[in-house]
Ligand binder design. Structure first.
Ligand code: ATP
Length: 551
């Protein structure tokens, strides 16, 4: 804190004590009064939290990593710091594949600015990615971005609210995994920021994002915005680089694989490099053969599991060897998972594994009901009874019946307490099966080892493919021996089994699935020919046109 800030902070505290006793600083001649320009800042807990960073810790973090920056990172760092220091308006997009050091750079920029008592807001499109950023939150929760978006949407932030004050004071906003988010969310943010920033100057309404300095980052090879039943063109059009705002962004590219550089074992460096090159080629769709307008790629033998009569058992044995004996080992489920393209296959694998395991199964049933009365006025309501609601299954929503055993791995489906490491995508191990709460231990992200309790919640699916809204009161969790590829985005695992009984169906899914592992020994792939008889070939889906509009 500067001396002036410190003085204001103390005077506010004294004023609070005096007021509690019916007095005020004004009653004492000669007493200084708090600087009015700083008062709102010190009574805003959101701002106070952002100013709480320990300057010496920030400086130490910055100084110990600054010298490690490679040339590309350094030039991006200089560009952004220059912009913030000189209060120049700037919108940037840091484009780099996984491992190029985007997070490393965000952390360094944040440490630098926070060491100077400047406010940096760190957000990410997914809860998992937000946990990797210091003080990170999901963009939707931070900026009140509505789930349902259109061309006129604005964010739920009042112009005279503490959050609006925080946004006005923030000198840099960093948003990771931006390509996953629909462009309409950025456009809503743009409209809201222009409005919020007019409190400082009316002319800000004419500047993109009201003149804020914003850094977006991500990888267009990964999964793009998910829009149910959308065509390829609609998905490409929903990406941030199809937005009218894109022309204002300066694209800063990272190309050097720093994960590879920091690998300690030099002996297998060449092998690791070949593996990362292969992953990139899959991501760009530049290997394989086009047959019947579909891109077929040959999976190298070293990753393949050749299916027997029971492919589900084959993949379980490969990823969870000796699962019954290893069941009690806490670390066993920590960073391994089977990935599949669809929810149905994922459920089949999860149910199968739970049956194999020892222990008493406990079933939790949900209470389902329709929300409001207006949403289904043009539907015959007689058939919308409880049994019907109980049967509804959709992605991001636990099923009506949740069957659990102590010791099984689960994944959280909602943000419960992001600051405490409990966000959508956090993995946990069930420790207690209570009646009203489930006790669990966090095994992924920044709070590994923490013991937590998960309550039932009212969950409203944003799109269940039905013409009315309903809510399900259930624990916001699913089993996660297996999970969908989309859900795995942002996770780093040591052992991944990709189960392709049906091939991937959307851009980036194959790339995301194979790039979850840190080394090639951790990757196994099983193709059990539903669409082709050859279990060494699978489809890859890459919307190459997405890459045309980046630079
Ligand atoms: N300049 C650097 N010096 C040393 N290590 C670095 C540097 N840049 C990045 N790293 C390390 O390389 C690894 C990958 O970096 P990082 O996680 O920042 O990449 P990323 O682009 O965010 O990847 P992803 O998109 O997969 O999250 C990390 O272990 C990070 O600490």
């Amino acid at each position: 804190m500067t001396d002036e800030e410190l003085q204001t902070f103390c005077l506010i505290e004294i004023e609070k004590l005096l007021q509690a006793n019916g007095k005020s600083l004004r009653d004492f001649a000669g007493m200084p009064l708090p600087n009015v320009n700083l008062v709102s800042q010190f009574s805003n807990s959101l701002v106070l939290r952002e100013l709480e960073y320990d300057i010496s810790v920030m400086l130490e973090e910055h100084d110990s990593n600054f010298s490690k920056l490679n040339e590309e990172q350094k030039s991006i760092y200089d560009r952004i710091i220059h912009c913030v220091t000189n209060k120049e308006h700037g919108l940037f997009f840091i484009y780099g594949f996984g491992g190029t050091g985007k997070t490393f750079l965000y952390r360094l920029l944040s440490a630098k600015l926070r060491s100077q008592r400047r406010i940096v807001i760190n957000v990410a499109s997914s809860g998992i990615a937000s946990l990797l950023l210091p003080g990170g939150k999901t963009a939707h929760s931070m900026f009140g971005i509505p789930i349902e978006l259109n061309e006129d949407t604005i964010c739920r932030i009042l112009k005279d609210s503490p959050k609006a004050d925080l946004i006005r004071l923030a000198e840099l906003i960093i948003w990771d995994e931006a390509p996953m988010t629909n462009k309409l969310a950025f456009e809503a943010l743009d409209r809201s920021f222009r409005d919020i920033m007019t409190s400082i100057s009316v002319s800000n309404k004419d500047l993109p994002f009201g003149g804020k300095i914003i850094v977006l980052g991500g990888d267009f090879r990964q999964v793009l915005p998910v829009i149910p039943k959308a065509s390829r063109a609609e998905i490409v059009m929903a990406s941030i680089n199809s937005s009218i705002l894109w022309k204002h962004f300066e694209v800063l590219t990272l190309t050097k694989n720093m994960r590879l550089e920091s690998a300690t074992n030099q002996s297998n460096l060449e092998e690791l490099k070949r593996f990362f090159d292969w992953i990139l080629q899959i991501g760009e769709g530049c290997i394989g053969t086009i047959i019947n307008e579909k891109l077929l790629v040959q999976i190298p033998n070293e990753f393949l599991i050749f299916p027997s009569d029971n492919p589900i058992d084959d993949i379980i044995n490969a990823i969870y060897p000796d699962i019954v004996r290893n069941f009690d080992d806490t670390g066993f489920f920590q960073d391994r998972a089977i990935l599949a393209p669809t929810v149905e296959i994922v459920e089949e694998i999860n149910d199968h594994i739970v049956q194999l395991l020892p222990g008493t199964e406990k079933e939790y049933l949900s209470a389902d009901s329709i929300c409001g009365s207006d949403a289904y006025c043009d539907v015959d309501v007689d058939w919308i009874n409880t049994e019907f609601l109980n049967q509804i299954k959709c992605s991001g929503l636990p099923n009506h019946s949740l069957k659990l055993k102590k010791g099984v791995p689960i994944i959280l489906l909602r943000n419960i307490d992001p600051a405490g490491g409990l966000c959508n995508g956090t993995r946990l191990i069930v420790r207690d099966l209570g009646t009203n709460v489930i006790g669990a231990e966090i095994v992924s992200g920044s709070h590994i080892g923490d013991k937590v309790f998960i309550p039932r919640m009212n969950l409203i699916p944003s799109d269940a493919g039905i013409p009315f809204k309903f809510q399900r009161r259930q624990f916001p969790i699913n089993l996660c021996f297996a999970m969908t590829i989309n859900k795995s985005q942002g996770q780093t695992l040591s052992s991944v089994g990709l189960f392709l009984r049906r091939p991937v169906f959307s851009h980036g899914q194959l790339y995301v699935a194979i790039s979850r592992v840190k080394s090639k020994d951790g990757l196994r792939i099983l193709v059990s020919g539903e669409e082709n008889d050859d279990s060494t070939l699978t489809h890859n889906v890459v919307f190459k046109e997405i890459f045309d509009k980046i630079l």
